[in-house]
Design a protein around this ligand. Structure first.
Ligand code: ZN
Length: 319
């Protein structure tokens, strides 16, 4: 296996490819293809139609002889499912029941376009543009799951087993991974960020740590993160270290009766402070507080982006 982090298709095991999208920041997500006899299986589509078209075109030589029979949406974040409509009607879309529900009620392409283009002032607007401004949210029609599952489902792809395992709630309420046992490959979705900071939209942190342990226990040779370069169990351990680090500090903040904003603002990220998108600690802290401190009021998504933008201004630009 070569581990070069370049945009495009990378064969990572016999008949298994990762689609990588540097730099792995907001919306720059990875996907993958598993090939069996006469059939193949896709893991995730991408944030917009041009990105997904580029990927499917690059896979066309492979999928001409092994048409895509199914796709797993690892979770409901738009950068993993907004390209679904480009797949043939014959392709079965798989997701956990929670992800199916979240896609149905979650972020629309219109809202993302609005966030990327409206005026929210001198701090939030540039931040939102840096997250979403590079994408094209036109022409997207949400296509949701055809087959939902709860804990696990094994899909046989031309004689080859692909295990779909729900390990959430963590990054989102319905996170799932795709595991190809015969090759020791895991497609981790956004349960794993490499070279960037994880963000917890659901949680708990305890369950996310458990998800890391379950992925490690599968003893994978190659792990494709939702964002960032290819990795292995060491990459899982590294991100697990971040989650354990912030979990302890958030617990201290709850214990001391500090409001969540203050805990996020005072957070000593230590060796993780240089990870890109460090401001995501804001959302992770907020979600952890929502579970630990019952009097934490609910915040709107746009307010959380505002808090991240402000946190970034206070902490990141100084360095
Ligand atoms: Zn993502």
């Amino acid at each position: 296996m070569t581990n070069t982090y370049t945009r495009g298709l990378h064969e990572i095991a016999a008949g298994i490819w990762a689609w990588l999208l540097p730099d792995g920041g907001w919306g720059m997500s990875n996907a993958g293809l598993v090939q069996g006899e006469g059939q193949s299986f896709l893991v995730d589509t991408l944030f917009d139609l041009p990105l997904t078209t580029e990927m499917l075109d690059a896979m066309a030589d492979l999928t001409a002889s092994t048409p895509i029979q199914g796709v797993l949406n690892t979770h409901a974040n738009s950068d993993h499912c907004f390209g679904n409509q480009l797949l043939d009607d014959t392709v079965t879309v798989y997701a956990t029941s929670e992800t199916d529900h979240e896609i149905q009620h979650g972020t629309t392409p219109e809202r993302l376009h609005m966030l990327a283009t409206s005026d929210f002032g001198p701090v939030l607007s540039p931040f939102l543009r840096s997250c979403f401004g590079a994408f094209d949210f036109t022409g997207i029609t949400l296509r949701n799951a055809d087959t939902v599952f709860d804990d696990s489902l094994t899909v046989t792809v031309g004689g080859r087993d692909v295990e779909l395992l729900r390990l959430g709630p963590a990054h989102t309420v319905g996170d799932a991974i795709a595991h190809v046992p015969d090759a020791g490959v895991i497609f981790a979705g956004d349960l794993l960020f490499i070279g960037g900071t994880p963000i917890m939209w659901a949680g708990s942190l305890t369950n996310w740590l458990r998800a890391c342990d379950r992925m490690t226990a599968l003893d994978p040779t190659v792990v494709v993160p939702g964002h960032g370069p290819l990795t292995d169990v060491d990459g899982i351990a590294k991100m697990r270290g971040y989650l354990a680090h912030v979990k302890d500090r958030i617990a201290d903040g709850v214990e001391a009766g500090r409001p969540w904003r203050e805990t996020a603002d005072r957070m000593d990220l230590d060796r993780y402070a240089s990870w890109p998108q460090a401001e995501r600690i804001v959302v992770t802290t907020y979600q952890a507080y929502r579970q630990a401190a019952v009097d934490t009021p609910q915040e709107d998504g746009i307010d959380l982006f505002g808090e991240m933008a402000a946190w970034q201004q206070r902490h990141v630009r100084k360095r």
